[in-house]
Design a binder for this molecule. Structure first.
Ligand code: HAM
Length: 422
């Protein structure tokens, strides 16, 4: 029996891998345009890092981590904590008071797999560490919207909220608990469990029985201090000035404990149940929680699989892969040896070419050249080796040009320049 891939994972076969790499390179260009620099961190970290940052009672830490070696290590379920760990450990704060970083990396969460939800998935994301100014909140959201527009993804919604500081939340949490407790028998099974441990997360529930109760729940917004509200209004006015449409969702709480103040999500109706494409927000207390000096910060991450399915829905055009300019058809061992050396030289000059490695007949080699859409084919056998001349056959019109074998390089340069290879 063939061994299959684990549940919640996927293979990227060459065609999709090509599109993905293309999208990644375009995303890298956009991050560069906004002056973010790439950071890479290990695939696994000490479990403690995630416990301290994401929070022990969150779904991610309490039930979704791939943890091993006596629970000492965990595969990273997200990148914000590793980025802040690296920021502190490497003293990046010494380089500049504002550090702008981005990443594209695989993450691991042991979730129940479904459409758009994987156990190994990829995120691209950005983190700006060092500024509490609302301008950077606006830049972060504009950056996400810019990426979406560059990939022609439309009809998404930007949901915005401000969840204040833990102090501001304390009074609110009491009120929220008292309110929800009145309905505890009517809450969904999951929400019943969350009531004691993490009642804020109930606001995020999509279950209809919970939604009815949440509709009339007290709003965190009403417990925010004036300075927080002023900051929130500034972020909104900057976004409006930039022409970014958003809606305020007073119940947007996000599933990770490190968030403070601005939080946002970008959702799309085209994605089904797992509708969040981007998620992000401020985490001004995280650096302190991880042992550093208090440093305000904000970021977002986007799930590549969801992003990619939107790219496909909106028919984003990925350029075609480069085709081989030349396929050398060989006849006999001597010709194969010659061809092997010849295409090595041509490849050194930057020409993508191919030959036969399966000892196939001339006819099936020709078929292969057609199948891979090579621009030219040339047959090399004893005659060609003796005469030093070959026929370059242009596959699009069947025209043949006789040239010296030594001249192939120049011939291809000339053909490439004049664009005649098509
Ligand atoms: P998150 O909301 O947990 O936030 O994840 C961000 C995005 O990753 C989601 O909106 C979704 O597109 C994608 N995602 C999450 N889990 C899965 C999964 N199991 N399968 C497929 N896609 C998934 C974070 O990870 C934060 N670190 C974001 C952030 C950065 N906040 C500040 N800076």
């Amino acid at each position: 029996m063939i061994i299959q891939k684990p549940k919640g994972t996927y293979d990227l076969l060459p065609e999709k891998a090509f599109s993905r790499v293309y999208a990644e390179s375009k995303i890298r260009e956009i991050f560069d345009l906004f002056n973010y620099r790439e950071i890479r961190t290990p695939t696994f970290e000490y479990t403690l890092l995630f416990k301290r940052s994401i929070g022990e009672n969150t779904d991610i830490v309490s039930k979704e981590m791939f943890t091993f070696n006596n629970s000492q290590y965990s595969l990273k379920p997200e990148m914000t904590a590793p980025v802040i760990r690296a920021y502190l450990e490497n003293g990046l704060y010494n380089q500049s008071p504002l550090i702008k970083l981005y990443y594209i990396s695989n993450m691991y969460r042991y979730e129940r797999p479904q459409a758009g939800r994987f156990r190994e998935f990829s995120q691209f994301g950005a983190e700006a560490i060092g500024s509490s100014e609302p301008f950077i909140d606006a830049e972060m959201i504009v950056l996400a919207a810019f990426i979406l527009s560059e990939f022609q993804i439309r009809n998404y919604k930007i949901k915005l909220n401000n969840i204040g500081t833990p102090d501001e939340r304390k009074k609110y949490l009491e009120k929220l608990f008292n309110y929800l407790n009145k309905f505890k028998n009517d809450l969904s099974g999951d929400s019943k469990k969350r009531l004691q441990k993490n009642p804020l997360r109930i606001l995020d529930s999509k279950m209809t029985e919970d939604r009815k109760i949440i509709e009339n729940a007290p709003r965190l917004y009403d417990y925010l201090e004036q300075s927080t509200i002023k900051n929130f209004e500034q972020v909104q006015s900057l976004l409006s000035g930039l022409g970014i449409s958003y809606e305020i969702d007073y119940f947007l709480v996000r599933g990770l404990d490190y968030y403070t103040s601005t939080t946002f999500e970008i959702v799309s109706d085209e994605l089904g149940a797992q509708d969040a494409i981007f998620g992000g927000g401020r985490y001004d207390l995280l650096t302190k929680q991880l042992g550093g000096k208090p440093t305000p910060a904000i970021g977002f991450a986007c799930g590549f699989e969801r992003f990619f399915s939107l790219m496909e829905k909106y028919e984003y055009c990925i350029p075609e892969e480069n085709k081989c300019i030349l396929y050398i058809v060989t006849s006999g061992n001597k010709a194969s040896v010659f061809a092997l050396n010849l295409i090595y030289e041509l490849r050194k000059s930057g020409f993508k070419c191919e030959m036969d490695y399966l000892n196939r007949s001339i006819k099936s080699q020709m078929k292969e050249a057609n199948k891979i859409n090579a621009a030219y084919t040339a047959v090399i056998g004893n005659n060609e080796l003796d005469s030093g001349k070959i026929l370059m056959k242009k596959m699009s019109d069947g025209n043949q040009t006789e040239i010296n074998i030594n001249n192939i390089n120049n011939f291809l340069i000339n053909e490439n320049k004049t664009g005649k290879t098509g």
